[in-house]
Design a protein. Structure first.
Length: 268
């Protein structure tokens, strides 16, 4: 099963020209599940997630808003298989109140069972580790509730722009290096297991990041929940996509993370 996580950079930069490059990059990777962040949608008009889903032949789950001047800034999950349920959560601000960051979950009818995929996007500021820790705690509680709805042998797959590097407190909590917010729930970082090299997704060879501070960082992840029944969900390969221009246009300011996961055969 091929999973992609990708931040599409909303409507920043040459956003209209970037859309064909985004679609072409996704199509070339032939994904089964796509977790997207910074997805735009016009109120009563065009919607990026649904346009991509239609072009790729994928089912769509997306968050609703937040909205800026009638354009949504959200997350989405695209799936090769039908989506049975959609759920969303607003992640907290530092004061504990719901913020504009969110996570969207899709319960997917895979031929061999029920799969849950979540797309999320955490606070972006360098000094916001505390806020991201609170958001990670909320995300883990959300995932724990989702696990109760489906076959416990299947993991939950989370794709997200965490805006946090691998040795940060927030990623350490997610991967079990520090005490997890939910007992008995941690995640495998697929790139750490099978990726080659540093895996920078925020890169100084991206033309949109010429003036960015610290533009060599791994901020984007595909995570697989544990415990799970081996070998379901075990990462097999991981690589980056969206590094090159398509017809002279780079698709996003982030690289996409592409991961192949083990899945049971249909009817298992």
């Amino acid at each position: 099963m091929r999973v992609i996580s990708w931040n599409l950079w909303w409507r920043f930069g040459p956003w209209a020209e970037r859309q064909p490059a985004i679609a072409a990059t996704l199509a070339a990777e032939t994904p089964d599940v796509v977790c997207l962040q910074e997805v735009w949608g016009e109120r009563g008009g065009a919607d990026q997630a649904h346009t991509l889903g239609a072009a790729l032949g994928l089912h769509v789950a997306r968050s609703d808003g937040p909205w800026w001047e009638d354009v949504a800034f959200g997350n989405a999950v695209l799936s090769r298989w039908p989506i049975r349920e959609i759920d969303t959560i607003r992640l907290p601000r530092p004061d504990g109140e719901p913020g504009h960051r969110s996570a969207v979950a899709a319960v997917i009818d895979h031929p061999a069972g029920s799969l849950v995929a979540v797309s999320t996007h955490l606070d972006h500021r360098f000094d916001a580790s505390g806020a991201r820790l609170a958001q990670v705690a909320a995300l883990c509680r959300f995932v724990e509730g989702l696990r109760a709805r489906v076959d416990p042998e299947w993991p939950v797959v989370v794709g997200g722009d965490l805006n946090a590097v691998p040795d940060s407190d927030e990623v350490r909590v997610l991967t079990g290096r520090s005490a997890p917010p939910v007992a008995g729930l941690v995640f495998t970082d697929a790139w750490e297991v099978v990726g080659d090299g540093p895996g920078w997704t925020w890169r100084d060879d991206n033309p949109y990041l010429g003036d960015a501070a610290r533009p060599r960082r791994r901020l984007d992840y595909v995570l697989v929940s544990w415990p799970r029944t081996k070998p379901i969900g075990q990462p097999q390969r991981a690589w980056l996509a969206g590094l090159d221009a398509v017809d002279g246009v780079h698709p996003s300011d982030h690289a996409a993370v592409v991961v192949d996961l083990r899945e049971p055969p249909a009817g298992a």
